[in-house]
Design a protein around this ligand. Structure first.
Ligand code: SF4
Length: 399
């Protein structure tokens, strides 16, 4: 029995927890699933300390103190996009291409070459939906990446990017994914899910892949043996019921396939987009959202706080609210959240800094690969043995 379960049982015995909170507590202690109504109740009425206790209990039952990270970098081929999501601060339409970027194949391979002999395990490829970057182009890129670094795991493209790419190439989802896998695709990130409620999705990002298409692409990927992640864009104009509906559709898909590794709540940021008048959520709301996600999504193994989005301090706090993963070193290779006004304008951490961020709040740092195989246990790691413990990679200057 961990600290939280003792605290919860003592609170039950002293009748501090009553009503629906008591029902939910008993369910959590007995590994039973909470309902949609119960999750909405937690959002609307429960306090942060209570959901934190429940979520930390679940987190420690699943993972103990282990806190995962990986050594990764991003390639963002372009921020030119055919879509016009109202919350997006990152993309530019083709007619404003001078304000954006498009990397050539060689420029992307130069980024891969910059990591030669470096112990990174994953390249994360994601960006805007450029009308002229085709399935064929990216297959060719993936093959070349694998020639340079066969050991590098390619996690690439959101379901939104696939939906467009496959439609243009006139192939089915299954055919398209098989072609990508053949070229080197290893897994799929969770972006593009935004919010599944169809009316709201239509209002804030109506021109891109629908909810049904997003879910179908992930379900098909899982059936083909690919693992993927999943996300929600929260804290804009959605209701709590719409948030829980989103979580529930993920939970149902996971019941069918078991293919999601990690759930990543993505916080709406309001800088330089069409929803700048919508205020951002507080840290309290962010932590509560992590906790309730952990409580509700009983069948998704990992919960990730993406530190470039919420900042290092909140990422540390989140480790007591259900989170067991804080993503990777990243090396300042993504602009998606810095362009939206996140705290981390230059998102890069050395491995030592990431390890310290985790151990300074009493957790046990584990470097993982993309699929959660343990790469290095950093509990008592001696960084003085490393050749360049504080060094960042010198990336090629592009543009
Ligand atoms: S969120 Fe993605 S799909 Fe939407 S406009 Fe931005 S880059 Fe394009």
């Amino acid at each position: 029995m961990n600290r939280e379960s003792r605290a919860l049982e003592s609170a039950i015995n002293s009748q501090e927890i009553t009503g629906l909170n008591l029902t939910i507590t008993n369910k959590v202690l007995n590994n039973q699933r909470v309902t949609i109504e119960e999750a909405i109740h937690l959002y609307e009425h429960a306090d942060l300390a209570f959901v934190g206790l429940l979520a930390n209990h679940i987190r420690e039952q699943k993972h103990g103190d282990f806190t995962y990270f990986n050594r990764n970098f991003h390639i963002e081929p372009t921020n030119i996009c055919v879509f016009t999501c109202k919350f997006c601060s990152y993309s530019r339409l083709l007619k404003h291409a001078d304000e954006g970027w498009v990397l050539s194949k060689e420029q992307m391979l130069d980024i891969i070459r910059a990591y030669k002999d470096k112990p990174v395990t994953e390249v994360h490829v994601v960006g805007g939906v450029h009308p002229k970057l085709t399935l064929e182009f990216f297959c060719d890129l993936f093959k070349s990446i694998k020639e340079l670094r066969p050991d590098l795991h390619i996690k690439a493209f959101t379901a939104v990017e696939y939906e467009y790419m496959f439609r243009k190439a006139k192939v089915s989802i299954e055919e398209g994914l098989k072609i990508m896998m053949e070229a080197g695709l290893d897994s799929i990130p969770g972006g593009g899910a935004e919010i599944f409620d169809e009316t709201l999705r239509n209002e804030i990002c109506g021109d891109k892949a629908t909810t049904a298409q997003w879910l179908e692409i992930h379900e098909t990927a899982h059936k083909l043996g690919l693992k993927s992640n999943c996300t929600i864009l929260y804290g804009h104009i959605e209701t709590y019921a719409q948030r829980v509906d989103h979580l529930n559709r993920l939970r149902e898909l996971q019941d069918r396939t078991g293919g999601f590794n990690t759930f990543i709540p993505l916080k709406f940021r309001n800088q330089d987009n069409e929803m700048s008048d919508v205020p951002e959520t507080s840290v309290i709301e962010d932590l509560k959202n992590y906790a309730i996600s952990r409580i509700f999504l009983d069948n998704i193994p990992h919960l990730k706080a993406y530190w470039p989005m919420i900042g290092r301090s909140t990422a540390q706090l989140s480790l007591s609210f259900g989170v067991d993963d804080i993503d990777g070193t990243i090396d300042d290779t993504t602009k998606i959240y810095s362009m939206a006004g996140s705290e981390e304008q230059v998102p890069q951490l050395t491995t030592q800094q990431l390890v310290e961020l985790i151990s300074n709040v009493g957790r046990h740092p584990i470097e993982r690969d993309t699929l959660y195989g343990v790469v290095t246990d950093y509990k008592d790691y001696d960084f003085t043995q490393d050749e360049n413990p504080n060094g960042f990679i010198e990336l090629p200057i592009i543009n």
